[in-house]
Ligand binder design. Structure first.
Ligand SMILES: [Zn+2]
Length: 321
């Protein structure tokens, strides 16, 4: 009986040890690539590519103005542990990201040439509005190297995804096939959706719009809309009363019927402009996480395209009545 008990204890300990070994080895195999992104669109795209092989945090939230983010100490800690930092570049994050990177003291991301540092704008082939003369940022103009809002053209989402996949394959070569397959799957799904959005937007080509900030130029370029004015006289510079008065005059002359702004811009001025010109004022999300419902990059464009086409349908109905 005693021998039997001892044998059972031995078997129990042996099985426990075996389970412990399996658990430990699986933990080693499941070590995740720690990614920090400046803005949530990159987090959403990196999640599509990295799935369970990555752990991702975004510094800015989708409802925040990405030009001006509070550089909280907690972000320094996240960056200190990061294997990969993905950011928009073109100076979008100039006011807050460099100080966080320096504070992180993480050699994987402090050097511009490190594989752990990915400026996503380097994946984009067609950066719009690159200034031909020197732009003085001290004057408030915050698009000094060209327009940084390239993720608002969904075709650029595919280029960004390709850049992220390539970098993950470099950092974590063991899972290369996994990242490549996920990239192919994501680009296939996004391409399908782009065709669908193209069809929905097609009847509205040539629509003239006014936007608050120059953040929609990639979207309007893709959709075939025409931007005819901006509430900010220059990117990052608040409107003066005379600028607003001129804008209203021009909008009435041109019969512009659509004003677009993100929720973090002052709504009052945009509403007054819409009221005085008889146009529709649309508050649109410009990033994943702008609202609770938008949790993927595809969700973002589903929402934008749906809200714009609903508004334009109404505008065209009124105009033709
Ligand atoms: Zn901007």
């Amino acid at each position: 009986m005693k021998f039997c008990n001892r044998f059972i204890s031995f078997v129990f300990i042996a099985i426990s040890f075996l389970f412990l070994l399996i658990f430990m080895s699986s933990r080693v195999a499941l070590a995740e690539v720690r990614i920090v992104t400046s803005v949530p669109d990159f987090a959403a795209i990196a999640q599509e590519i990295g799935a369970d092989k990555v752990e991702i945090k975004s510094i800015a939230k989708g409802y925040q103005d990405p030009h001006f983010v509070d550089a909280k100490p907690i972000f320094v800690r996240d960056l200190n542990r990061a294997d990969l930092l993905i950011y928009q570049g073109l100076d979008l994050e100039l006011g807050w990201l460099p100080v966080l990177i320096t504070g992180s003291r993480n050699s994987k991301i402090t050097s511009l040439s490190s594989p752990g540092r990915l400026d996503a704008s380097t994946s984009i082939s067609n950066i719009l509005e690159v200034p031909t003369t020197r732009v003085d940022r001290s004057m408030g103009d915050i698009h000094s190297f060209g327009n940084p809002h390239y993720t608002l053209d969904p075709r650029n989402g595919i280029l960004v995804a390709r850049g992220i996949a390539a970098r993950l394959m470099q950092i974590d070569p063991e899972n290369s096939t996994f990242y490549e397959e996920n990239y192919k799957d994501f680009s296939r799904r996004l391409n399908e959706k782009i065709k669908e959005w193209d069809r929905e937007l097609a009847p509205y080509k040539g629509t003239e719009v006014v936007t608050y900030h120059k953040s929609w130029i990639y979207f309007t370029n893709w959709a075939g809309f025409k931007e005819v004015g901006w509430i900010e006289p220059k990117p990052g510079i608040p409107p003066s009363p005379s600028h607003v008065a001129n804008l209203i005059k021009n909008m009435v002359l041109m019969n512009v019927k659509l004003v677009i702004a993100e929720s973090y811009y002052p709504q009052k001025t945009a509403r007054i402009i819409a009221e005085k010109t008889g146009s529709v004022f649309l508050v649109l999300p410009s990033s994943v996480g702008a609202t609770e419902e938008i949790s993927t990059y595809i969700d973002l464009f589903d929402t934008i395209v749906s809200e714009i086409t609903i508004a334009l349908k109404k505008i065209n109905k009124v105009d033709s009545a």
